[in-house]
Write a protein that binds this ligand. Structure first.
Ligand code: ZN
Length: 262
């Protein structure tokens, strides 16, 4: 199991539990994570969902080594990539965003590329003072990760700076842009996030649901849903180009990506 799930005092805590690989996301982890979200969504004993991660880092993104248990296809086509990514990197994130209960992400250490796809769908983000958010996929010839929260979360200029440079955004910077609600010392992250979850869990359930829907619906009217869909397709043109130039796209420039994230 890559995910732990527990419910106590109306709060479902979902824990990413692959600390030995900085919670890199393989297919199994994402499928278990989606199952945990759905379980929390339909459990009447759960009022608030708290997403946290075991270990030093929240998530190093998609597991570039792939799933060793899954056979690697002989030929990687855009058709195949599009199928995989639309399910696990687009539909999952949108589904988590729309779960009709408040959710909080507690983020520490590195949150790289695919890591953003786990915390951005949450309603609130509490960051530890060592949190670093980044999306260096321009180094792979791609315009940004699959679920394009960047512009919505950071505003257009900071979104471009993050993408153009591949540099990390600290928790404190992210708080200034409105991407993060609060930055707390690393040692206090879990306690702070849980206290906030308990505070929210005492509010009326239907009121919470309607408040969340009001904000999300406002973003959707502003074009959030349509933009997320169309930028996913822009992302796929990056994969298409990488495939035409390099063949299998994922491993290209991985070392450079690692380098830029030290
Ligand atoms: Zn992709």
């Amino acid at each position: 199991m890559n995910i732990r799930y527990e419910v106590a005092d109306k709060v479902a805590t979902i824990t990413l539990d692959r600390p030995e690989v900085a919670n890199a996301q393989n297919a199994a982890l994402l499928d278990e994570l989606d199952a945990a979200w759905q379980r929390a969504a339909y459990d009447d004993d759960v009022a608030v969902i708290l997403l946290r991660a075991e270990g030093k880092h929240f998530s190093s993104g998609h597991d570039m080594k792939g799933d060793s248990s899954a056979p690697r296809p002989d030929k990687i086509t855009l058709d195949l990539l599009y199928n995989i990514e639309s399910r696990r990197y687009l539909e999952y994130s949108l589904r988590w965003r729309n779960v009709p209960k408040p959710s909080i992400a507690a983020v520490q250490g590195r949150c790289i590329a695919g890591g953003l796809l786990l915390c951005w769908p949450c309603d609130l983000i509490i960051a530890a003072d060592d949190a670093q958010f980044s999306d260096p996929v321009v180094l792979m010839g791609i315009g940004g990760v699959e679920y394009h929260g960047h512009t919505w979360e950071l505003g257009p200029r900071k979104a471009k700076e993050m993408l153009f440079t591949g540099r990390s955004v600290s928790g404190a910077e992210a708080e200034r842009f409105g991407m993060v609600n609060k930055v707390v010392p690393r040692a206090e992250l879990d306690a702070e996030a849980l206290a906030l979850a308990h505070e929210i869990a005492r509010m009326p359930t239907f009121g919470l649901r309607q408040a969340k829907r009001a904000v999300n619906q406002t973003l959707d009217v502003q074009g959030f849903y349509a933009a997320i869909q169309s930028v996913f397709d822009i992302h796929q043109t990056g994969h298409g180009n990488a495939l035409s130039v390099n063949g299998f796209p994922i491993l290209v420039d991985l070392e450079r990506m690692k380098e830029s994230n030290r």
